[in-house]
Design a protein around this ligand. Structure first.
Ligand code: B12
Length: 213
């Protein structure tokens, strides 16, 4: 089977919500030497974006989106551990989480894995993370980076609240604050006082490496 056909099979597994097909497809791409990142972005994520479009067009409903998300994780469970890891002597510490009110965590988990693979120590606070947890844990754990994710418009303001809280506690000047998720933008990042917004996991690792080089 060609690389394109293997990737299309992964996308189809997510679109049709078939976890077993995603697992089979993930093993198959790795066996054929396709990079796990390509399999994630051009296979699983591509499938999920089709599901997102269909959901927005009311062609599929929440239970189907849930099955697709479940399928995405079945594939990610095999592909994420296969990403090669860099060895770094002086590891910078990142705290990452999805802001309060939002449970969408697939993208955050991809970012977390890419950062770990890129030589960062990552503390994952999970999803629906209270504003106070971000603020208190950042200082307590002496992190170098605060990374926040959200996929929903109503929860974007939580990012500003975290940054404002970090300013109040005096820790803002000691950290890089990065944000991501489709409703965010570089303009929004500037508005709320974040250092930058990255569109995807690879860019965020490249940018952070630039900051700490
Ligand atoms: C899967 C999904 C779900 C799943 C989530 C499962 C899970 N465990 O995550 C389920 C079914 C649970 C769900 C629930 C809901 N969903 Co939903 N969901 C989606 C869907 C289809 C795909 C999201 C996804 O996983 N994409 C794939 C990942 C890989 O992409 P990503 O998250 O964007 O991540 C990449 C980048 O953005 C970036 N990135 C992400 N985070 C970060 C962080 C940093 C620091 C950086 C640097 C980069 C970065 O890097 C990632 C990888 O490269 C989207 C539609 C869409 N087109 O996005 C709707 C969508 C996000 N959902 C939506 C809604 C409204 C809901 C619900 C409120 C529905 C409801 N009525 O109950 C609930 C949410 C409840 C809540 N309180 O959170 C809306 C949000 C609208 C808005 N703008 O506010 C969307 C856009 C659908 C729509 N068109 O209406 N959903």
């Amino acid at each position: 089977m060609t690389k394109d056909a293997l990737l299309a099979r992964l996308a189809d597994a997510v679109i049709s919500g078939k976890p077993d097909l995603a697992k089979e497809g993930a093993h198959e791409v790795l066996k054929n030497g396709v990079s796990p990142m390509a399999a994630i972005n051009e296979g699983l994520v591509k499938g999920m974006s089709v599901v997102g479009d269909r959901y927005a067009a009311h062609e599929v409903y929440l239970p189907q989106v849930l099955m697709s998300a479940h399928t995405m994780y079945a594939g990610l469970d095999i592909l994420l551990p296969a990403i090669p890891k860099e060895e770094v002597a002086d590891k910078k510490k990142v705290i990452i989480g999805v802001v309060e009110g939002d449970v969408h965590d697939i993208g955050k988990n991809i970012v977390k894995t890419m950062m770990t693979a890129g030589g960062f120590e990552v503390l994952d606070m999970g999803r629906d993370v209270p504003i106070s947890t971000f603020i208190e844990s950042s200082e307590k754990e002496k992190v170098d980076v605060v990374a926040m994710s959200t996929l929903m418009t109503p929860t974007m303001d939580g990012m500003k609240e975290v940054i404002d809280g970090l300013k109040e506690s005096g820790y803002r000047s000691k950290v890089q604050v990065i944000i991501g998720g489709p409703p965010t933008s570089p303009t929004f990042a500037k508005e709320i006082g974040a250092d930058h917004r990255d569109a995807n996991a690879q860019d965020s690792v490249a940018n952070l490496k630039g900051v700490f080089k």
